[in-house]
Design a protein around this ligand. Sequence first.
Ligand SMILES: Cc1cc2nc3c(=O)[nH]c(=O)nc-3n(C[C@H](O)[C@H](O)[C@H](O)COP(=O)(O)OP(=O)(O)OC[C@H]3O[C@@H](n4cnc5c(N)ncnc54)[C@H](O)[C@@H]3O)c2cc1C
Length: 466
Amino acid sequence: MPMPSKPSEIAIIGAGYSGTLVAAHLLKESKVPLTVRLFDRDPKQFGRGIAYATPLDCQLLNVPAANMSAFPDDPGHFLRWAKEREAQLLNPPWVVEVGPKSFLPRRAYGDYLAWVLAEAERAAAPGVTLIRRAEKVAKLSPEPNGEIKLVLAGGQVFRVDRAVLALGNFPPGNLPIPDPNFYRSPRYHRNPWLPGVLERILETRSCLLVGSGLTMVDWAVSLGQYGYTGQVHVVSRRGFWPKAHQAADPVGFALDLETGDPSVRAWVRQIRAYVAKTGCDWRAVIDALRPHNQRLWQSLPLAEKRRFMRHARPFWDLHRHRLAPGVAARLEAIAESGQLVRHAGRVQGYRETETGVEVTIRPRGVERAETLEVEAVVNCSGSESNYRRLESALVRNLLDQGLIRPDPLSLGIEVAMDGGLVNAQGVISDRLFTLGPPSKGMLWETTAVPELRVQAQRLAGLLLAG
Ligand SMILES: Cc1cc2nc3c(=O)[nH]c(=O)nc-3n(C[C@H](O)[C@H](O)[C@H](O)COP(=O)(O)OP(=O)(O)OC[C@H]3O[C@@H](n4cnc5c(N)ncnc54)[C@H](O)[C@@H]3O)c2cc1C
């Protein structure tokens, strides 16, 4: 199949963190003429993605500034950028100083990403250009001549040499309930990240947040920040929420992988024994595992991965994805004031009434269900990762053509180690690539900046090498 050894035109679909960083690396590193086409369906998220498009200063990064550089080989890059803008960033109580341990607003990080891209564009070699386009890519197909054809939602067609699917995080899916009609109600908000949803909830006297992870925390803290006085109910199966960051001395912990078959249960035993023996903070152990998580995940047999998903995932998530201390303190204060009520259990159904919504919850470990009345429900259960359930025209188009296939755990799609997409026949593409959240099933640890920046740099290098 004829194909240029080096691409002259590359499309990146999705201008969140991943797509923006791949574009920035291509612009910085290409020494020969190249056109980079960067697409995003949402103009407000262009160059920021879901995570960093928020305008709210109370939504903080959950990683300290020292570890948020966009460039793996320049760890101080973000911190220097932030220091130069310290006067604009200070905004008590959320930002009282800009230092390596500061948890800065995600809004500011979005500004940083926009700056990184603009700088890369400005310094690009002659003939190396970036073309931004705020429109949804609806279809993609490889052509017999080796090119890739993209069709936008409005019908316009582009042909490129390589394409990167940087599709990232999708809105949460609806949880299964016997009568899903409620999901059409204006009192139900499936996508908590849509503009205007917060304003709608601020008008209510009570709401239910479904899920108790990082999205719920964003919501609870943002409602408080905007003076919400209504009752906030939170429901999740176990009723836990993420732990807080706390300074912990690093430890040299490593799992013993030589003894016995790889098993999550055995690993948890090793972690517990180490913490008990050394008296160290468990956070230091979780952090010590971080560089090895992808390899550990890949060493697990599929049955063991399934077991992890069933039993250990919620515990892993709440220890691994921790809250900025200021956010954790605010959340505790809202809970202690009685404004926020936690429910551990399963939502069994919703019934819309004249004044609101009657929610039936079966508390954990109890046979009898309880009912709760609220005026609105927000789905904070996290990004939908099952590609068969996504309402994305592009994803459906790729599935229909067999160009992608979901991974066995439905955490994303199958991806080779270099980011090449694996098609329905198991063949790895040398023209279609991805990075970040879609590779969660293959890599597990692939959704936060410290991993994404490495993937973005590597993928750009691979694309430029032809
Ligand atoms: C709320 C939130 C907070 C987070 N906070 C942190 C943090 O503090 N620190 C950290 O390290 N990590 C954090 N993360 C994790 C991580 O940084 C994000 O997951 C990361 O932003 C992923 O970037 P992405 O570009 O892969 O995906 P996304 O940011 O989801 O971007 C994907 C983009 O693709 C676009 N798109 C999708 N389909 C199409 C299409 N067909 N055509 C055109 N465009 C399309 C979307 O509009 C979107 O803008 C957070 C994640 C979330 C969701």
